[in-house]
Ligand binder design. Sequence first.
Ligand code: NAD
Length: 440
Amino acid sequence: MTVTDFPTTASGVRSPIPDLHAPSPGERALAAARFQLAEASRFLGLDDGMHHMLATPRRSLTVSVPVRREDGRLEVVQGHRVQHNLSRGPAKGGIRFHPATDLAEVTALAMWMTWKCALVGIPYGGAKGGVAVDPATLTTRELERVTRRYVNEILPLIGPEKDIPAPDVGTDEQTMAWIMDTYSANAGYSVPGVVTGKPTALGGSLGRAGATSRGVQIAALQALARTRGARSPEGTTVAVQGFGKVGALAAQYLADAGCRVVAVSDAGGAVVRPSGLDVAALRAHAAETGTVHGYRDADPLSRDELLELDVDVLVPAALEGVITADNAPRVRARLVVEGANGPTTPEADLILAGNGTTVVPDILANAGGVIVSYLEWVQNTQAYSWSAGEVEVKLRDLMENAYRAVADLAAERDLTLRQAAHAIGVGRVAEAHRMRGLYP
Ligand code: NAD
């Protein structure tokens, strides 16, 4: 897809849907991200030059990562780091280890990071990284070697003032510790601010591990309170797709707030219990066995069925492109709160809106992670640390302010929450571009 393929209708924000059926999931995610940008650009009245610049990543690096397997074989996998935009500050974005990740997917995810940081008002541009490996098939030592070699290859791009990675799908605190160590070994001194989502022993922030999920909870409770005939969380039924770092704690925090979490899924299967799951027991089961599948106090369910359950709130917290034109007509949740990045395709968005389903978009709903990453980086650069309570107050403040701005604009201009969130995020980045001017 080139910039000339972007949808450019003259009327309003409802543009025709471009061909979003690109061959790879990554290319479909990038088409979706560009579609959303085109809508926002149209709404904001940006000129074609500005739109083109925002649609194009500032820097993309693709690297080959040779990895020595335990049996002595040498394998080469591909990695990427994309810095989409740097106008508002250093680039910021997670690193994904997943066999299907490719440059297009990483570019889409980097673009969403740019709008997300601008939307919640933190001084970062957007970036993302990815390595096409399946961590489940690697030993810990192999994973460490892949991580360190990938970091070595992208070393010229990253740094606490340039580009700060964080965890994403398939990576965790341990991965961040290896990245910090590799970067620090090259620098010759410890540089904790080069990554966020580190273990607290290395300067990680209190509250970072659950921050994305806490943000999902805050966004869901805001949406419940503000959407048509405000309802309290008590008794609200919830289904969560994905039971990893984001999904498992989002389920826990929603249950803690009084919601009834009736179904969850992960790559290994799905389970359902209409009277409500014991999320803490389920987390213990998943920690022990690696999947929610086989949990005794629930019935098995197919992963696809989970998305179509008759629940009040659906939280997709796995991967992109899971709510599509095919299954959106059967989604019965009144509220979709996107823990994952890009789980709803633009075609599905239209169908859900037509059916009266409110979607709290990814760049708002899952922004808690990057907010506390920002707080971690601030603590690292000041060599200081805040209490868990202080971190949570700041997180809540930024999430609620962003939610309010998005909901107000949506109501004022008759937009979906996604359109309003993109209008604010894209608008702030465009404003930064205009104020800085063009060099040379
Ligand atoms: P993770 O690797 O910890 O968890 C992913 C989960 O999704 C796993 O439970 C996996 O089994 C499950 N999954 C994979 N395929 C599935 C399928 N077909 N059906 C059901 N479940 C499936 O990753 P994570 O960090 O929790 O990230 C999840 C999503 O949240 C991603 O879209 C990521 O970009 C986004 N996100 C993560 C963070 C963060 O701080 N980790 C922040 C913002 C957004």
